[in-house]
Design a protein around this ligand. Structure first.
Ligand SMILES: [Zn+2]
Length: 404
C-alpha cells in the first residue's frame, strides 16, 4: 500500500509538472501567481515544481523591472520562463512578394527575423526551397541548433482546405493551388509543420505580443486586398468546423450591391476592401494606383482618398457591430495594409460600430490599431507552435513522460 501510495503521488506530481510546463509554454514569461491561476494548482505546489525546473536548468528566472512596486515598496516580482535549452519554434510566412522567417525560444523571445524576395511566378517548389534555405540561415543567426526546434508554423495568403490540407484557388499564389503545403514543407525541413491563413495568424500574434495581449476575447481584422477576421475566444483561436470561421469580408452590407467573388451581392469586401477602394479611385488617380500609394495619399490628406477610406471604415464598422453583438469581445484589433491609414479609417469605423452595436456590447469593446503591422503574420506563425503544446511537445514533456 505504501508503494502504491508513493507511486500515485509521483504520477500526480508528474501530471502537475506537465500542467505547469504547458501553461508556461502558452504564457511565455509569467509569475508563479499567474501560473497558479492558470493551472488551478496551489501557489505552494507551483513554487515547488518551478524550484525543481529551475534546478534542472529548464526554467529561467528574471526580475520584472518594468513592474511598478506596490504601495509598500518592496522588491520587484520575479518572473519565470522556459529556458533557451527547452526548445525553439520556427515561423514562416509567405506573402505576395516575400517570404519571412522568424525564430523564437519557448519564453516567446524572438531571436531572429529575416525576409527574402520571391520570384514573381510563384512556383510552389521554388518558393519552398527559398523558404527552407532561409530557415537554415535564421537558425544559424539565432544560434539555435536544429535538434531543438519543436515545429514550424506557416502562413499562406489563401484558403487551405481543412479536410485535405491543400491550397485552394488563389490569385495571390497561383502556382500553389492543389499543393499540400504543410506536408511539402515538412518533407523539406524534416520537422512537423502546421499551416493557417493570414487572418488567423494575425489574431494569434496580436493576442500573444500585440494589442490583444492579456485579452481572452478578441477579434483581429485583416484589412488588405481582401478582408478577413481571426477570432480568439476564451483565449483560443476559434476555427469553426471546417476552418473557415471569420469570413467577415462576406457579411452582406447591401443586398443590391456589386456582385462578389463568392457569388453573393454587396458583401463587405465589394465595398470596403483594399481592392475595392483602389478600384473606386482609379478613374481619377490612374489605372496603376496601388494600395500602398492609396495609403500614402490618405496620410497626406488627399481629399478623394480620405473620403473613400472613411466610407470603407463606415462599412467595416457596421459589419464589426454585428460581430460585436454576436461575440461580445473586449477588443477588436485592426491590422493589414489599409489599417496604416490610421484615424481616417478608424474614427468612422468606431463611430459606426458604436451606432449599430447594442449599447452594452458597444461599451465593452475597444477598437485598437494593431501595433505589429506587417510582422503580424510571421509572428503568428511562431505563435501557432508556441501556443500548441499538444501538437508540438517540448523535449521537457518527453522527459516528464519518461520519468512518469
Ligand atoms: Zn462575398
Amino acid at each position: 500500500m505504501g508503494q502504491e501510495g508513493s507511486g500515485s503521488l509521483e504520477s500526480l506530481r508528474e501530471r502537475n509538472r506537465r500542467r505547469v510546463l504547458s501553461a508556461l509554454r502558452v504564457a511565455g514569461i509569467t509569475s508563479r501567481a499567474e501560473l497558479a491561476r492558470r493551472t488551478g494548482l496551489s501557489r505552494t505546489t507551483v513554487s515547488s515544481l518551478i524550484g525543481d525546473l529551475v534546478r534542472e536548468g529548464l526554467v529561467a528566472e528574471r526580475v520584472d523591472h518594468s513592474s511598478v512596486p506596490g504601495a509598500q515598496g518592496g522588491r520587484p516580482p520575479v518572473l519565470v520562463s522556459l529556458d533557451r535549452r527547452a526548445g525553439a519554434a520556427v515561423g514562416v510566412d509567405f506573402g505576395k512578394t516575400h517570404v519571412t522567417v522568424a525564430i523564437a525560444d519557448l519564453g516567446h523571445t524572438v531571436l531572429a527575423e529575416m525576409r527574402r524576395e520571391l520570384p514573381g511566378d510563384h512556383r510552389a517548389d521554388a518558393d519552398l526551397e527559398i523558404a527552407s534555405q532561409l530557415v537554415d540561415t535564421a537558425l544559424e543567426e539565432a544560434g539555435v541548433d536544429r535538434s531543438l526546434v519543436l515545429g514550424v508554423g506557416m502562413g499562406l495568403p489563401g484558403p487551405i482546405h481543412a479536410d485535405t490540407g491543400t491550397v485552394g484557388s488563389t490569385s495571390i499564389l497561383p502556382g500553389w493551388v492543389g499543393v499540400t503545403a504543410a506536408r511539402a514543407m515538412s518533407d523539406r525541413l524534416g520537422l512537423p509543420v502546421r499551416v493557417d491563413n493570414d487572418a488567423n495568424l494575425g489574431a494569434l500574434a496580436e493576442h500573444v505580443w500585440g494589442a490583444g495581449a492579456g485579452v481572452d476575447d478578441m477579434i483581429y481584422l485583416k484589412l488588405a486586398t481582401g478582408i478577413g477576421a481571426g477570432l480568439v475566444l476564451n483565449g483560443r483561436l476559434y476555427l469553426g468546423v471546417g476552418g473557415t470561421a471569420g469570413e467577415i469580408g462576406h457579411t452582406i452590407i447591401d443586398e443590391h450591391g456589386p456582385v462578389c467573388r463568392c457569388a453573393n451581392r454587396g458583401c463587405l469586401e465589394t465595398l470596403a476592401s483594399g481592392a475595392a477602394t483602389v478600384e473606386l479611385l482609379r478613374p481619377t488617380l490612374g489605372d496603376d494606383l496601388t494600395l500602398n500609394q492609396l495609403v500614402e495619399l490618405t496620410l497626406e490628406g488627399h481629399p478623394a482618398c480620405c473620403r473613400v477610406v472613411a466610407d470603407a471604415g463606415r462599412h467595416i464598422g457596421r459589419a464589426v457591430a454585428n460581430l460585436v453583438n454576436l461575440l461580445n469581445p473586449s477588443r477588436v484589433v485592426v491590422g493589414g495594409e489599409l489599417a496604416a491609414c490610421g484615424a481616417v479609417l478608424l474614427d468612422p469605423l468606431r463611430q459606426e460600430c458604436k451606432r449599430h452595436a447594442i449599447s452594452s456590447a458597444g461599451d465593452d469593446v475597444e477598437i485598437a490599431h494593431g501595433p505589429l503591422g506587417d510582422r503580424a503574420q510571421v509572428l503568428g506563425a511562431l505563435a501557432l507552435v508556441l501556443q500548441d503544446a499538444e501538437t508540438f511537445a517540448t523535449p521537457v514533456d518527453h522527459l516528464a513522460e519518461a520519468q512518469a
